[in-house]
Design a protein around this ligand. Structure first.
Ligand code: DC
Length: 221
C-alpha cells in the first residue's frame, strides 16, 4: 500500500551553526532532491527591511516585507552575513512574518518525490508529517567556532567572543517564542555534532534517513 503522503520530506532542524546546513545540502545531493534553506527566507526578509530603513521590530512592516519577498533575493550574498542572521532572528518573532512564509515552505514540502528542508520548525510546523526528521545540534562553543571561521572566511572582521555572544542571544530568541518554539519534534532523531567531523555527521545523518526511508517504504515493517 502506498503511503498517504507521497513526498519523502527530510526535515533538518536545529540551532544556528549546528552543521544542519551542511548535512542538509549533502543529503539533498545524495538523494537528488531539491533543498530549501528556510533561514535564507528570514534573512532576506530582514535585509529587505534594513535596506528600506525599516524597523525590524515593526510587525506590520516586517509582514509586508515577507509578503513581497521574491525568491531571487535569496541569492544575494548579503543574506549570508552576520547582520542578516541577526535581522532574521528578529523578524522571525513576528507571527505575521511566519504566516507569510508558510505557503512557500509548505508547497516545497509537497513536492514529489521528495525534498530536504532545513530550518527551526520544519518537523513541527511546516511538515509535521515528514517521514525523516533530524534535529542537529552542537555545543554553543563549537557552533560559535564554526560560524566564526565561516564569517572570517567571508572577510568579516569579527572575534570569536562576539560570535559566541551572538549564538547565545540567538538561541534565547529563537527558542523562547510562543509562535514557533525551536523544539525538537517528538519523532525527530537528535544528532549532536559537537565531536564530529563533517564526514561523520553526514554519515550519521545518512543512516538516520535510510532507517526512516525503509520504514516509510514498508509502513507495516
Ligand atoms: O538558520 P539561519 O541561521 O540561517 O536562520 C536565521 C534566523 O532565522 C534564525 O536565527 C531564526 C530564523 N529562522 C526561523 O525562525 N525559522 C526557520 N525555519 C529558519 C530560520
Amino acid at each position: 500500500m502506498a503511503p498517504k503522503n507521497a513526498a519523502f520530506v527530510i526535515a533538518v532542524d536545529g540551532p544556528a551553526a549546528s552543521g544542519k546546513g551542511t548535512v542538509a545540502s549533502r543529503l539533498a545531493k545524495l538523494y537528488g532532491y531539491p533543498m530549501l534553506d528556510t533561514g535564507l527566507l528570514y534573512r532576506a526578509v530582514g535585509m529587505r527591511l534594513l535596506n528600506a530603513d525599516g524597523d525590524l521590530d515593526d510587525a506590520i512592516a516586517a509582514e509586508a516585507a515577507a509578503r513581497g519577498l521574491e525568491l531571487a533575493e535569496l541569492e544575494m550574498p548579503e543574506v549570508r552575513t552576520r547582520q542578516a542572521g541577526e535581522a532574521a532572528s528578529r523578524v522571525a518573532v513576528h507571527p505575521g512574518v511566519r504566516a507569510a512564509l508558510f505557503d512557500l515552505q509548505r508547497d516545497f514540502a509537497l513536492r514529489e518525490p521528495g525534498s530536504v528542508i532545513d530550518g527551526r520548525d520544519i518537523g513541527t510546523v511546516i511538515a509535521p508529517e515528514a517521514p525523516a526528521k533530524l534535529f542537529v545540534t552542537a555545543s554553543p562553543e563549537v557552533r560559535a567556532d564554526r560560524r566564526w571561521k565561516q564569517l572570517v572566511g567571508q572577510g568579516e572582521a569579527v572575534t570569536f567572543d562576539e560570535i559566541l555572544a551572538d549564538i547565545r542571544k540567538r538561541d534565547e530568541r529563537d527558542g523562547g517564542r510562543a509562535s514557533a518554539p525551536m523544539t525538537q519534534a517528538p519523532d525527530a532523531v537528535l544528532l549532536d555534532t559537537s565531536e564530529m567531523t563533517i564526514e561523520q555527521a553526514f554519515d550519521a545523518a545518512r543512516r538516520i534517513v535510510e532507517t526512516a526511508r525503509a520504514r516509510w517504504g514498508n509502513p507495516k515493517g
